[in-house]
Write a protein that binds this ligand. Structure first.
Ligand code: PMV
Length: 307
């Protein structure tokens, strides 16, 4: 029994999305999490994740272990102990703590593989709900955007607590995603934004409104195939994220380097202070911008086409 789920990237609206503004995110299919369920050889439930050097029985893992907690959480709907014992093998090419949705993708792939193994089909809506519960265990107050885009594997316009909207891409466009190599401390940056907001709600609500306005403009531009407008919107969104104190020297340096090497716009993506930035590029210029970003310190790049 095998299942997989893609990575994701937030195009616009991170942080403000926690405060009810919209955000846009898309799947990144160049990276994914893969889960395989095999019959156990010794009657115990085994968890095998070579990427993080994990090979242990489920009952030996502390309850706070992310994979153990997914399995325990699932038991509300599936009685795992009633299933024939299994080994769960997890492989993921999605960099961890980089804003690419690695945790959500692993959760979704586990949920899909195990529900299939149990012959208990779960709708995308149920998968999404479970994956959100798991996100909450690890991130405190997540907006739910990661689990949504990873579950549906389509471009999403997301507003917390509202039905998910899938949006169409009028004309394909290319992005270079570049990793600073610094783990993004999302929980911390989300907490720091909350402190700013608590100290001066009027000021930061205006910033969130501005970000929300950018997101709506960006959605219209994407749907109408007016890709060139997105560069300016990315730059404007990045500047507002700087005000929110969630950028970093490395992110500012890479966004600037991308613009200088011909990108139409660039911004950090996700929680910030590390993790990834994205740059909007012409397809012909993508490899050049990616190389430039590596020479300016990026640890890893992905070129992806959004369609
Ligand atoms: O770092 P990521 O890609 O998981 O994104 C975090 C996005 C935030 O808006 C900062 C938080 C959230 O839960 O939406």
């Amino acid at each position: 029994m095998k299942a997989s789920a893609p990575g994701k990237i937030i195009l616009f609206g991170e942080h403000a999305v926690v405060y009810g503004r919209p955000a846009l995110a898309v799947p990144v299919t160049q990276v994914h999490a893969e889960v395989e369920i095999l019959p156990s050889r010794d009657g115990k439930i085994w968890v095998d994740a070579p990427g993080i050097a994990l090979h242990a029985t489920l009952d030996s893992l502390p309850p706070g272990n992310p994979i153990a907690s997914i399995l325990h959480n699932l038991s509300n709907s599936l009685d795992i102990s009633s299933l024939p014992p299994f080994e769960i093998r997890i492989n993921s090419s999605i960099p961890v703590a980089a804003g690419l949705g690695s945790g959500a993708a692993v959760s979704v792939a586990i949920l899909r593989a195990l529900s299939a193994y149990a012959n208990h089909s779960l709708s995308d809506e149920q998968i999404n709900q479970y994956a959100y519960e798991i996100e909450k265990l690890h991130h405190g107050t997540p907006s739910g955007i990661d689990n949504s885009v990873v579950t549906y594997a389509q471009p999403v316009y997301f507003v917390r607590g509202k039905p998910l909207e899938i949006f169409t891409v009028g004309a394909p466009f290319s992005l270079v995603i570049a990793d600073t190599g610094v783990p993004a401390p999302t929980k911390e940056s989300v907490g720091d934004v909350r402190k700013l907001w608590e100290a001066d709600r009027d000021r930061w609500e205006k910033v969130f409104d501005e970000i929300g306005g950018i997101v709506n403009e960006a959605r219209d531009a994407i749907q109408q195939g007016k890709t060139h407008d997105l560069g300016r919107l990315m730059d404007a969104n990045h500047a507002l994220l700087q005000q929110l104190t969630v950028s970093s020297d490395a992110l500012d340096h890479l966004t600037e380097a991308a613009r200088k090497s011909g990108a139409m716009g660039a911004k950090l993506s996700g929680g910030g202070r590390g993790g990834n930035m994205i740059a909007l590029v012409d397809r012909e210029n993508a490899a050049h911008v990616a190389e430039r970003l590596v020479s300016e310190g990026a640890k890893h790049t992905i070129i992806t086409e959004i369609r």
